[in-house]
Design a protein around this ligand. Structure first.
Ligand code: DX5
Ligand code: ZN
Length: 220
């Protein structure tokens, strides 16, 4: 099996010390930094905006994997791009013209991701897959960290893996929600190559971040 990239979600970090937390998780071996942006409208929670992304940008050189759970989203793409996002992932449920949104992200010179909610079928990707750089399979309903992995999403990961392989392009397949070391292995077996982890990455405090990440990578 491959060793997955780990994208720790800073939603589970100590927000009072966010810059230091980003540096600590970077030094502990994070491959990417996952930033969960919520608007209290598309999802029932409020988190951070582009100003915070900009403020933490200098604390890590790793790719910023920005997961936008906001609707409408188009008006904010430029602000997140300028704040330092490298990958911008959006939900097709968040607006009527997701194809246009993907083009806008690419037009800003950023990598474009599509996130599928637990009830959204893989088929949603049919006319998007050739345009995107990443598929994010949500294995919880978006809004909060610390929820339980919805195991039906393993089938979706397998289905998306087949779609990606058919394109012959290097599209990342990322899983987000309820990922712990045991679930991580199941996700990789199903075809994922990037795993988001909030609680499992940040649990136990800074001394534990490195072992947490090693465990999520399957002990390697
Ligand atoms: C949920 C977010 C996730 C979440 C992951 O809406 O998109 O990134 O923070 O947290 P855990 O790993 O604790 O489920
Ligand atoms: Zn996320």
């Amino acid at each position: 099996a491959i060793t997955p990239l780990i994208s720790p979600s800073i939603l589970s970090a100590d927000f009072a010390r966010l810059g230091e937390e980003v540096r600590a998780i970077d030094e502990a071996g994070a491959d990417w930094i996952h930033v969960d942006v919520m608007d209290g409208h598309f999802v029932p929670n409020l988190t951070i905006g582009p100003n915070v992304v900009k403020a933490i940008r200098r604390w890590s050189d790793k790719p910023f994997d920005v997961h936008l759970m906001i609707s409408p989203v188009d008006a904010y793409l430029e602000a997140f791009a300028e704040a330092g996002a490298d990958i911008i992932t959006v939900h097709p449920e968040a607006g009527p013209h997701v194809h246009r949104t993907v083009q806008a992200i690419k037009g800003l010179g950023k990598k474009a991701g599509i996130s599928l909610n637990p009830a959204t079928p893989a088929k949603m990707l049919d006319y998007l897959i050739d345009e995107i750089d990443l598929v994010l399979v949500m294995s919880v309903n978006p809004g909060f960290g610390g929820q339980s992995f919805i195991s039906s999403q393993l089938r979706k990961i397998e289905a998306v893996r087949k779609m990606i392989d058919k394109t012959g392009r290097a599209i990342h397949l990322e899983v987000d929600g309820g990922v712990n070391p045991e679930i991580a292995r199941q996700c990789v077996d199903a075809g994922a190559d990037v795993l988001v982890a909030g609680s499992a990455a940040f649990k136990g405090g800074p001394d534990q971040y490195a072992p947490n990440i090693v465990a999520l990578k399957g002990g390697r």
